[in-house]
Write a protein that binds this ligand. Structure first.
Ligand code: 6GU
Length: 263
């Protein structure tokens, strides 16, 4: 996977991507990263790449021509026409499925905007994808591009070790990951759930599945609408609604589950 990032802050991207698993994957040659400083393609001679918005209003707009020239230079270098992702809060909200799709590409270009955005005309010419990382506003596309590159990279074969691939569990089957414990068995008076020390794999699996369901109910109940529950899951859900389970849930969670079980 070859990443190309068009940005006004190339050092921010380089610094952010050189550590941990992503840094190791780059050292192994599984990933590459190249940044392009859009300011180097200023057409005014003084390094300016922004101007006032037509129609008035607050802030500045990144001009079309520097962005287009930076893109053309990059495309000549790459020799193909890769997908170009424009990071914007007006885009489609990024998710795991999109990460898996983007991971199939050989090359990806990320375009990071600043100020009030980029002249629409150049976006129409070069952007193939408009992506947001969530419903909040950031000062620029750099952090979103790094979020995307991180999650796409871990879907590239060889980037994660077998052990690390195990962490792929959250969002498997639309359930959140169950809680984890390691040594010591007792920490500051808090013990590890005894079932995990029982050596009974069936009971451990059941407990973990129930914990996943419970966590999803508490943090992301809407995900439960897409889960395929089996008989044992339903039994656990019933016991929660009736207040017969070890774990307690709120009245709101109970009424949500009651409706869910009615289907
Ligand atoms: Cl992609 N850009 C900016 N500026 N803010 C965001 C975002 C992107 N995604 C969420 N907030």
């Amino acid at each position: 996977m070859n990443y190309y990032v068009m940005t006004l802050f190339p050092e921010m991207i380089q610094q952010g991507m050189n550590t941990s698993i992503i840094g190791r994957a780059m050292a192994k040659g599984l990933l590459s990263l190249e940044t392009v400083n859009i300011r180097d393609y200023s057409v005014t001679g003084n390094g300016r790449i922004d101007d006032y918005p037509y129609g008035g209003g607050a802030g500045m707009v990144m001009q079309a021509e520097p962005v287009y020239r930076a893109y053309e230079a990059l495309r000549e270098k790459i020799g193909s026409k890769p997908r170009l992702i424009y990071l914007t809060p007006q885009g489609k909200v990024f998710n795991q499925k999109m990460a898996e799709e983007f991971a199939k590409e050989e090359d990806l270009i990320f375009l990071c905007g600043h100020y009030e955005g980029i002249d629409e005309r150049v976006l129409e010419e070069i952007a193939t994808d408009f992506v947001s990382i969530g419903d909040y506003v950031l000062t620029g596309g750099e952090l979103p591009s790094m979020v995307m590159m991180d999650s796409i990279a871990r879907m590239v074969p060889g980037v994660l070790s077998n052990q690390e691939s195990g962490q792929f569990e959250s969002f498997q089957g639309n359930l959140l990951e169950y809680p984890q414990y390691s040594r010591p068995e007792e920490w500051r008076g808090k013990i590890v759930p005894p079932v995990l020390l029982s050596g009974h794999h069936g009971n451990v699996d059941r407990w973990r599945r129930n914990q996943s369901i419970l966590r999803t109910l508490r943090s992301r109940p809407e995900l439960l609408l897409e889960v395929d529950f089996d008989k044992k899951d339903r039994k656990f859900l019933q016991s929660l609604v009736r207040g017969e389970a070890e774990e307690t849930i709120t009245e709101e969670e109970k009424s949500f589950l009651a409706k869910l079980l009615a289907f």
